[in-house]
Write a protein that binds this ligand. Structure first.
Ligand code: FE2
Length: 291
């Protein structure tokens, strides 16, 4: 939760920077089995999520079932899955190169790089995604590296630069996404919304963002443009805040939908990249929410 008054904010800011991981290794927890977490493993993951809104696990079963991913996620209160266009019937997507079909038209299902974004930035307000689990079954022969940044760190750096940037990015028409029209008509209506907003129940910061040049309509004013440029520089900076890693088979990222990108990759006959992705309308919580 972001404190409202200035002195509490300064305290929160200092603690956030102090606790933020200095390396990816600090985020990794060895869990053995995805479906049988110990209390200590669960706490270690939660602790990293408190520090950085994300955690990485290493489990012994790279070929975990999609059901195992759902069970793992439920430990952290993640149960309301987004059954979106390209997901399987159980709501878990298989991210791999798709040569044809509905998936073939979308960059995540290609070997191309993905620019910085939060998942579901194009979703309507009622379907905004709060958390994502990404599980690596098989890494690529080359490439496919991820970079991540906690939205709270992005907020903090933007506010350091200018509180006006925050105000601009909170505007309800800051970032508009035109409708997605397929051959048979509209797949998704146009969506308008802010970059930053706050969960009404918890006060937690939320973020939707895409660095894509196409299919995004930004509010056309000088402060919004300056804020976008600042954020873009922040995401490209080598100042230790952006963390980079390649998930190995059996590793996964659980996050409160943090900012991320992906480099292009190449498959080879024995190394065909496959990741499971489950996206949730819930955010990570500390309750006992087992399925
Ligand atoms: Fe993504």
């Amino acid at each position: 939760m972001l404190p409202i008054d200035a002195s509490s904010y300064r305290e929160w800011r200092a603690a956030k920077l102090d606790r933020y991981p200095k390396s990816v290794a600090e985020l990794v927890t060895d869990v053995g089995s995805l479906t049988d977490l110990s209390g200590g493993q669960k706490n270690a993951i939660l602790q990293n999520c408190r520090r950085a809104n994300m955690a990485i696990y290493t489990c012994r079963d790279a070929h975990a079932s999609r059901e195992a991913i759902r069970k793992f996620a439920a430990n952290f209160g993640l149960t309301r899955l987004d059954h979106h266009l390209c997901a399987n019937a159980d709501g878990v997507s298989e991210l791999a190169v798709a040569a044809s079909g509905v998936r073939g038209g979308y960059v995540p299902y290609s070997s191309r790089g993905l620019s910085w974004h939060t998942d579901g930035y194009y979703n309507a307000e009622s379907k905004r995604l709060q958390a994502v689990v990404l599980h690596c079954v098989q890494d690529a022969a080359e490439g496919g590296q991820n970079a991540v940044l906690d939205p709270e760190i992005a907020y903090l750096r933007l506010r350091d630069a200018s509180p006006d940037y925050i105000e601009a990015l909170e505007h309800p028409n800051c970032m508009d996404i035109p409708a997605n029209n397929g051959a048979d008509g509209e797949i998704r209506p146009a969506v308008s919304g802010p970059v930053f907003w706050y969960d009404t129940a918890s006060g937690a910061l939320r973020m939707r963002y895409s660095a894509r040049k196409k299919n995004i309509r930004w509010r056309n004013d000088a402060v919004t443009t300056a804020a976008r440029e600042f954020l873009s520089e922040l995401l490209g900076a080598e100042d230790g805040l952006v963390l980079r890693f390649s998930l190995e088979p059996g590793q996964g990222l659980i996050s409160n939908n943090v900012l991320h990108n992906r480099t292009a990759f190449e498959d080879s006959p024995g190394k065909t990249r496959l990741l499971y992705r489950a996206r949730f309308f819930d955010s990570i919580v500390e309750g006992e929410n087992q399925v």
